[in-house]
Ligand binder design. Structure first.
Ligand code: GLN
Ligand code: ZN
Length: 770
């Protein structure tokens, strides 16, 4: 191996491509199929057309080796569950009756069989369906989908590489099936699973696969020696198979760390590593193991999960360093391009100059091809591309959007005191008690009320010019009036305006902040057929004018009870956007926090005495490796405090988070220094209340007593029982009564009934306290 021959062999590839099509054709076909308007045959034809278009687009762009099997009707982890035959018992009959309907039954549930649980794919906003395994699980290979999609691509004359979720990651992502003891470790099934992978690999080999990629992103997380040992065994066994394709084991989203030496020694032919944010750590670890002599190294130098144009010279430098470390170096995106929108070209609302700073899947593909060309033939072969890239990067760096001196000066002048409230929590709590005069066990909601068809129509009418702003605002005010009068009648203690004016809790603010860009077509799959268009946090952030004050004050004008001001917190504003990559996240968070701080202060000045700053994303952005978490939590909690610390002691700051497991961040939650926190708890029967108590959490808290993820109406007695359970962990003086989360996705009838029961429960339990 010489660096020169390694360079000459450089090829370009990707691990996956957006599945939905430019106009979300796949989503439309699938949803049509669910409604009975599209036949199975038509759906299959749409899917095949999209796969063909993707494969051909990649090949035409110059990608040497295209992925197959990355297509999915719903989720690639669910596809893996089907491939290894781990169908939950409750769905087996449906799958046997009809594979496609059974597949969707696992994803979405049926009247009598709940779906598989859904959760976030590592630290992305993509959700996968969690495999359910137990000691009785019997695996069986079904390679049909993988083989068919490979053959499709080969028939088009493409060089194709099937991509599978690797066996170790598959097991590490699984959970004990219902009824299986929680202590069951799915990894104990490895020896049963490997023969199934062996069979699939043999089928793919027979179908013409030279290489197969096995994705093992779970190996970039902290792993125990037993887990690393499982990885070693898995690849020793798969590597030892007699008739198999060459194996490429892929990692992404972070550094491989202690898993790198394990994989480097494994008898596989190639490794794929992330050289974006994890570049330095992976480079160092690669050098430490003496490189990958004779092996294929796929270098993910183009960020597969963010939207910025690549710095080609910098990537070439990284690639150059890698040349001495492997038999062959290929160029790729750091992860599947599933996580970015398809194409910047149709964006009309973004200035052409600014659009050139952005690279979606199609643009990233071109970058990868250019880099592979530059690596194989030298930079002289890509002079024009390098010059254009330098110009685009310079235009971004020099733009007033990127750098606003006033924003920077303000962020630099922030002191510790700015992020600290004037009085300690106990002093504030007393002031707030006197000021607000709330009863014991105060009742409230999380913010949004049902988004009715009328509100959505009004928003569509405004966009289409069928009504003007005044007409739209009239509709919103009518909605607020209804929400306030319902809450008064029902007897809630702290009211909300209902968030009718918000399409989405991040987008609503992004649209009003300077420094954010919005796309028209930038759809990204969130789960199944649900796609989102994350805003792009492109430059320095400022708030030209108040964003929520007029709605909150209007709502307050209708009632004598306190109305909560509702804001989305800085961490969530970052987590559900594409963030800038040219400064530390903490710096960006601080700018967003300062803009939100102005909003908080304006709300207070307008007479709002309770302000809630939602941070549902605080936990999901937690870095994958424990070593990186303290730094993250430090800037994240500082940003929250900077947002909220400017108010008087008697103004009550609430926050809200929605997930049931958060033992590992209780300390950070306390560090937010909020006065009240509301949390999801109904399904876990107040587990969070116990966790808060265990950690000695000293503040007021509202563990949810109404599961809003289901149309089911909890009875007053049921809610009261949850409150009594809550009281065992949190004293009455600090316990709030509220639902798990916002009511946006619920309908009015069940919302009405549930909140009436919630208030009744609070009254009953208050009575018992006397
Ligand atoms: N205030 C928001 C709402 O009620 C909170 C949503 C969330 O936590 N995801 O909709
Ligand atoms: Zn929530």
């Amino acid at each position: 191996m010489t660096p020169k021959s390694a360079a000459a062999a450089a090829r370009s590839t990707v691990y996956g491509y957006p599945r939905q099509g430019q106009d979300r054709e796949l989503k439309k076909a699938i949803e049509g199929y669910w409604k009975g308007r599209v036949t199975a045959e038509a759906l299959r034809a749409t899917a095949a057309g999209l796969r063909r278009a993707n494969g051909q687009a990649l090949a035409e762009a110059g990608i040497d080796e295209v992925p197959t099997g990355d297509f999915s009707y719903y989720d690639h982890v669910l596809d893996t569950t089907a491939m290894v035959g781990a169908i939950p018992r409750r769905h087996r009959a449906a799958v046997e009756a009809d594979a496609l309907d059974g597949y969707f039954a696992m994803a979405r549930g049926t009247q009598d069989a709940p779906p598989l649980e859904m959760t976030k794919w590592f630290d992305t906003n993509y959700h996968y369906l969690v495999p359910e395994l137990g000691p009785d699980t019997v695996f069986s290979a079904d390679s049909a989908k993988q083989v068919a999609e490979l053959k499709e691509a080969l028939a088009l004359g493409l060089t194709a590489r099937p991509v599978l979720v690797g066996p170790v990651t598959y097991l590490l992502l699984a959970k004990p099936a219902p009824g299986v003891p929680a202590g069951f470790d799915p990894l104990t099934l490895l020896d049963r699973l490997l023969p199934v992978y062996a069979e699939v690999l043999a089928d793919l080999r027979a179908a013409g696969a030279e290489w197969v990629q096995l994705d093992e992103p779970a190996l970039v997380q902290d792993r125990t020696p037993a887990e690393l040992n499982a990885a070693e065994r898995a690849y020793r066994d798969l590597g030892a198979l007699p008739d198999r394709p060459k194996l490429l084991v892929a990692s992404y989203f972070d550094r491989l760390g202690e898993a790198l030496p394990v994989l480097a020694k494994a008898p596989v032919e190639g490794l794929a590593l992330d050289f974006t944010e994890a570049a330095a750590a992976n480079l160092e670890a690669l050098a430490a193991v003496g490189g990958l002599p004779g092996k294929r190294l796929v270098a993910g130098v183009v960020n597969g999960r963010n939207v910025w144009v690549n710095d080609l010279s910098k990537s070439l430098a990284t690639l150059g360093t890698l040349l001495g470390l492997a038999g062959r170096v290929d160029v790729a995106a750091s992860c599947s391009l599933l996580h970015v929108p398809l194409d910047t070209t149709p964006e009309r609302d973004i200035e052409p100059q600014i659009l050139r700073w952005l690279a979606f899947a199609r643009q990233k593909t071109a970058e990868i091809v250019t880099l592979a060309k530059g690596l194989a033939r030298g930079t002289d072969a890509i002079t024009a591309e390098l010059a254009a890239n330098r110009a685009d990067l310079a235009s971004r760096t020099g733009s007033p959007i990127t750098r606003d001196p006033a924003v920077r000066a303000r962020a630099e002048a922030v002191t510790d005191a700015d992020a600290r409230r004037a009085q300690s929590y106990p002093e504030r709590a007393a002031a707030q008690r006197a000021h607000l005069g709330l009863p014991l066990l105060p009742t409230t909601t999380i913010g949004s009320f049902p988004q009715t068809g009328e509100v959505r129509t009004a928003r569509a009418d405004l966009r289409a010019g069928r009504i003007d702003t005044a007409g739209y605002e009239e509709r919103i005010r009518a909605e607020i009036q209804e929400v306030i009068s319902f809450q008064e009648k029902t007897g809630l203690d702290v009211l909300v305006h209902g968030e009718a004016e918000r399409n989405d809790m991040v987008q609503y603010f992004a649209e009003q902040l300077t420094g954010y860009l919005a796309t028209q077509h930038g759809w990204v799959q969130s789960y199944g057929t649900r796609c989102v268009r994350p805003p792009i946090l492109a430059g320095d952030i400022s708030r030209p004018e108040p964003m929520t004050v007029r709605w909150t004050t209007y709502a307050q004008s209708l009632s004598d009870r306190p109305v909560k001001g509702m804001l989305t917190g800085p961490v969530t504003m970052l987590a559900w956007s594409f963030v800038r990559d040219d400064q530390p996240l903490g710096d960006t968070a601080r700018q967003v926090a300062l803009a939100l701080r102005d909003e908080v202060n304006d709300l207070e000045a307008a007479g709002t005495s309770v302000i809630q700053v939602d941070e549902p994303a605080l936990r999901e952005t937690l870095p994958l490796r424990a070593a990186d978490r303290p730094a993250y939590l430090a800037w994240a909690t500082e940003a929250f405090r900077l947002t909220t610390a400017g108010v008087r002691p008697k103004t009550q700051i609430h926050t809200h988070m929605c997930y049931a497991e958060f033992g590992d961040i209780v300390r950070a939650i306390d560090d937010l220094d909020a006065d009240v926190i509301s949390l999801e708890a109904a399904r876990s029967h107040m587990q969070v209340a116990r966790e808060l108590a265990t950690h000695g959490y000293p503040r007021e808290a509202g563990p949810g007593v109404y599961d809003i993820h289901s149309p089911r109406v909890p009875s007053a007695e049921e809610a009261a029982e949850l409150l009594r359970t809550g009281l065992k962990a949190i004293p009455a003086e600090r316990l709030w009564v509220n639902p798990d989360c916002g009511l946006k996705t619920r309908a009015w009838p069940e919302t009405r009934a549930s909140l009436e029961n919630l208030v009744a429960a609070a009254r009953t339990v208050r009575g018992e306290l006397r």
